[in-house]
Design a protein around this ligand. Structure first.
Ligand code: NAD
Length: 254
């Protein structure tokens, strides 16, 4: 087995897009630390096994990434055990209340979406940035924006607001970290076939109808797969992407 390309962290890695990114970065040659909430411990364990079977080191770090200490401890553990942090993927996110108008959303629901989607991204960017600046060798920071971070989605105000904020953070971090050779980009996909996308459906029939509607929203008339995102992240994490920063890549033409 060739030496590792570097060391990466992926948050919200137990399922969906995060899981696919963690596996892809391991296949690319990175050691990978994987995070999710304690309720997803069993899923994380099976991911850790799969990554280790690829011959890469893998560290499991449970915890809520909207909390400072979770993010700080995770970075400390990776640097302590593997020597450096080279790639940070701030993927964890929640959809928040479905089909609720602003007049129906509680302040607590709004705060929770902002904490998990935006505060956690801020914390990952901040503490990964500090570590990579200290190392002095550049780095790659990648966040999870969304099509909803470019144009608000109906009846999903907290989610849309949280992803607009991720777009702002990504641009701001790109400006501030660029002189250190650290690039900061985010993926901003349309509908990707994951548990998050299917969660609101109450029956198989409703799920199928929703998926059909999502397909029609895409110029390609298809749903994306988690691998469509991990292919992009693989590129953004590589040396080949050295001149791309501040971008929120997605299916929108902007
Ligand atoms: P998902 O719900 O399938 O997976 C998200 C993971 O994040 C889950 O395993 C969950 O337990 C974890 N998580 C939630 N809160 C956490 C916390 N506080 N700390 C740590 N982990 C936490 O979602 P997904 O579809 O794979 O989405 C991944 C990211 O991509 C999210 O940020 C999402 O907003 C974004 N995104 C998804 C889509 C899509 O269509 N699926 C589209 C655009 C953007």
């Amino acid at each position: 087995m060739s030496p590792a390309l570097g060391n990466a962290i992926v948050t919200g890695a137990a399922q969906g897009i995060g899981r696919s990114i963690a596996l892809r970065l391991a296949s690319d040659g990175f050691n990978v630390a994987v995070n999710d909430i304690p309720e997803k411990s069993a899923e994380l364990d099976s991911l850790v096994d799969e990554i280790r079977r690829k011959g890469r080191k893998c560290l499991k770090h449970e915890g809520d990434v909207s909390q400072d200490n979770t993010v700080k401890d995770m970075i400390e553990a990776v640097v302590g055990q593997y020597g450096s942090l080279d790639v940070m993927v701030a993927n964890a996110g929640i959809a928040g209340p479905y089909r609720k108008k602003i007049t129906e959303v509680t302040a607590e629901q709004f705060d929770q979406v902002m904490a998990v989607n935006t505060r956690s991204t801020f914390l990952c960017y901040k503490f990964a940035g500090l570590q990579m600046i200290k190392q002095g060798g550049g780095g790659r920071i990648i966040g999870a924006c969304s099509i909803a971070g470019k144009k608000a989605m109906p009846s999903q105000a907290p989610y849309s607001a949280s992803k607009f904020a991720v777009r702002g953070l990504t641009q701001a971090a790109a400006l501030e970290f660029g002189s250190h050779g650290i690039t900061v980009n985010a993926y901003a996909p349309g509908a990707i076939n994951t548990p998050m996308l299917r969660a609101p459906a109450k029956s198989q029939e409703e799920s199928d109808t929703m998926m059909e509607r999502f397909k029609q929203m895409s110029p390609l008339h298809m749903l994306g797969s988690p691998e469509d995102i991990s292919n992009l992240v693989s590129f953004l994490a590589s040396k080949d992407s050295q001149f791309i920063t501040g971008s929120n890549g997605g299916i929108f033409f902007d």
